[in-house]
Design a protein around this ligand. Structure first.
Ligand code: 3PG
Length: 307
């Protein structure tokens, strides 16, 4: 079978080598499409692919239609909002992610962002320490739990809100469960977002929640830009000159935010949460193994679309 690895943001070389080894050992061929600059290149490359590995690359209905032989798509990472699940399901194409494989890298970045914002974006002037501060984790999944553990190790107090996780699970990890988002935002110096972008979460973080934060509150977004209501974020930052926003996914109007709010906002130039060799290797190799196993045994563990 032909496995296309299409990564606009390429994997580390060690990950690519590992993917090739796993695929070849299973009797498959790997074709690479890296750093492509136009969706047309993906449409062309996918035409004869049996399997597709992507990162945040957009697998639109058009891509699925162009991929006449496609049987499986694996998103080497957690969020699969970049894939048209309906188009895949209609064709009987299996879609999987590789949950947990790049979580540590993202969690480390979230912690780094808290420290960066506490230290004036590494510019001169008196900053503050994260020790003794309180962080609220919005969604206690793979990344959220790691952020909680690292924050506790730094001497931070940790609260979490997740309607899908029992409070006792949080308490077992030294984390205080919040009864509501409102309660969590009202009492935390930092809020770290770890929710996926879904119809339910899109634009769900806005003025009401943000302005509940205590003086100097900072929102840390290593999740998705779509979960933020940008107009309301701007209004909150305007009305509350003490609030801060740091993100790994630049806002649509990031340049305006930068201009208006200076060091109170910061966005990485390109999403870098999962940009570590370790995360690339973990997620890339997991994707390759899942594809080889699917072709060998039909195993659909980690399938995320309807069967
Ligand atoms: C994910 O959902 O796994 C992260 O957002 C990482 O995305 P990336 O592979 O595009 O860096």
């Amino acid at each position: 079978m032909k496995i296309l690895v299409a990564t606009e943001k390429p994997f580390a070389a060690a990950a690519v080598n590992g993917i090739k080894e796993i695929a070849q050992a299973g009797g498959h061929e790997v074709v690479l499409l890296e750093k492509y600059t136009s969706p047309v290149q993906l449409l062309k490359a996918v035409a004869d692919a049996d399997a597709l590995v992507v990162r945040s690359d957009k697998v639109t209905r058009e891509v699925v239609d162009a991929a006449k032989n496609l049987k499986i798509v694996v998103r080497a990472g957690a969020g699969y909002d970049n894939i048209c699940l309906d188009a895949c399901t209609e064709r009987g194409i299996v879609v999987m992610n590789t949950p947990g494989q790049n979580s540590n890298a993202v969690a480390e970045l979230a912690i780094a962002m808290m420290i960066f914002m506490s230290r004036n974006c590494f510019t001169p002037g008196t900053g503050s320490e994260v020790k003794g501060k309180k962080v609220g984790i919005q969604a206690f999944g793979n990344v959220g739990r790691l952020v909680a553990a690292k924050a506790r190790a730094l001497g931070m107090e940790v609260m979490a809100f997740d309607p899908f996780v029992e409070g006792s699970v949080m308490e077992d990890e030294g984390v205080t469960p919040a009864a509501s988002l409102e309660e969590m935002y009202s009492s935390c110096d930092f809020i770290s977002l770890h929710i996926p972008a879904t119809p339910q979460t899109k634009e769900s973080i806005g003025y009401d929640l943000l302005t509940r934060m205590p003086a100097g509150g900072c929102l840390v977004n290593t999740a998705r830009k779509e979960v933020i209501n940008e107009a309301e974020l701007e209004k909150a930052l305007t009305d509350r000159p003490d609030l801060k926003y740091v993100t790994d996914i630049a806002a649509v109007h990031q340049a305006e935010l930068d201009e208006k709010f200076g060091k109170r906002v910061f966005a990485t130039p390109k999403k870098m949460g999962a940009e570590t060799a370790e995360a690339n290797i973990n997620a890339g190799l997991a994707a390759a193994r899942q594809i080889v196993e699917y072709f060998a045994t039909g195993c659909t563990r980690f399938q995320v679309n309807a069967k």
